[in-house]
Design a protein around this ligand. Structure first.
Ligand code: FES
Ligand code: FES
Length: 150
């Protein structure tokens, strides 16, 4: 079937199986590899992207059902200028191997935008095998402070 996806501001038409996931469409058809395939069953958060500004697990989302714009980690920076959450991850050394980081960043952006009460609970769907959790929380706190000063 024909599928139209708008990702990071660019609209593309695809011909794909109706069962193709958003994650596979992004990675294998559009060559957007920020979203990672960790578990491919909704348990790790590595595939997190935004659809219509809300975080979703792209491995559990059918590409054909996506009607709103998609943002991946590749779409966050403003040219050479990192998104405040990306900058905070750098400043707080909030990654080790980096595999989970694109998903962590996308969830973290949502946490900052939604001004959530319980950051740890909000981020609990994003697993980090390197246990960078304290630094990830510190990065979100930094980004929230930056957000509050805008
Ligand atoms: S790859 Fe989607 S939740 Fe793990
Ligand atoms: S930084 Fe390695 S899995 Fe999170």
């Amino acid at each position: 079937m024909d599928i139209e996806l708008t990702v990071n501001g660019t609209t593309t038409q695809l011909s794909a199986d109706p069962g193709v996931t958003l994650l596979d469409a992004l990675r294998e058809r559009l060559d957007i590899t920020g979203p990672k395939k960790g578990c491919d069953r909704g348990q790790c958060g590595a595939c997190t992207v935004h659809v219509g500004g809300r975080p979703v697990l792209s491995c559990l989302t059918l590409a054909a059902t996506v009607k709103q714009p998609v943002t991946t980690v590749e779409g966050l920076a403003d040219g050479e200028r990192l998104h405040p959450v990306q900058q905070a991850f750098v400043d707080q050394d909030a990654l080790q191997c980096g595999f989970c980081t694109p998903g962590q960043v996308m969830s973290a952006v949502a946490a900052v935008e939604q001004d959530v009460d319980d950051v740890r609970e909000f981020m609990s769907g994003n697993i980090c095998r390197c246990s960078a959790y304290p630094n990830i929380v510190a990065a979100i706190e930094q980004a929230r402070r930056a957000d509050a000063t805008v």
